[in-house]
Design a protein around this ligand. Sequence first.
Ligand code: 13P
Ligand code: SF4
Length: 337
Amino acid sequence: MSTADILFDKLQHVTTAGPGCIYSRERCAELAPFVDAINELKKRRKAIILAHSYVNPEIVYGVADASGDSYQLAKIAKASDAEVIVFVAVRFMGETAKILNPGKTVLIPSEPDGCSLADSITGADVRKLKALHPGVPVLCYINTSAEVKAECDVCVTSSNVYDIVAKIPSRQIIFVPDKLMGKNVQEEMDRRGLDKELILWDGTCYVHEEYDPEMVRTLRDRHPGLQVMAHPECSPGILHLSDFVGSTSQLLKQMEKIDAPAYLMLTECGLSARLQVEMPQKQFVGTCSMCKYMKANNLADILRVLSEPKTRDFVEIPEDLRLKALACIERMFDYAG
Ligand code: 13P
Ligand code: SF4
């Protein structure tokens, strides 16, 4: 089969991400030369491509060597023996790969490369918080810059945050930057009967904070048996109405286990696109919510960073800062087991 046919075979069921996400035979034929050129260059440069599940499906299914949630990708980056890692996601994920692999070339192709959570806090902000609450351990969500991680004690991801907070031997914990995830963690600790007090920062994910509980109720009324699947960056009001809460990979795994007449995915629509590829028989309702940072990645830029990268495409982190950020991430691996 030609590359265009393989792409069409995979992507024909994708409908979730607006007009750009219609994978006709013609569109797949347009994408195929990029896919072939990237896969060829990848071999020559001894590179691997790691892609978050939110990026466009032609990247996940055309050129990525692995895709998943931020925890899985960090672990794969850590274990990799490739000389070059192209991290197709957002900057903080590429930084995490570089922190774990200082000897490797890490390239990030996207522009703009932000994240509303990572951009909400600086290292100086964390130092101020620590001065206000001396001796209180600081946990950071992985959606933070290397500079912020360097100021924090333990990193967490959406797949391990509840269990790691539960294990921290302190009643008070500073948790940055996601205020909504922090509130969800506080509720979960209360539910588990653990005496914890989380001190929160005012960051939010601009995609996940938008979901409206009223919309969930309306869709539940319209679709009897609807399964509501949410990411922990959503508000507590949304999580109260959800059947399952988890990281992007945990949501995907849960979807493999259950059978319902319809599903509402309360997370970025790249995940719904993956589900439509891998479980085309399932029915999805609701509208698409896109992360402009994740969707800034495209095949042309991946090809460019592999063939003629610009200075800004290389992730570089000063060694003293890297070592501090590494300690914060290594503690996550220790806690997560
Ligand atoms: P995951 O770790 O679940 O992939 O989440 C990362 C993220 O940015 C969600 O918005
Ligand atoms: Fe950041 Fe939200 Fe985009 Fe995830 S979806 S990368 S948290 S802005």
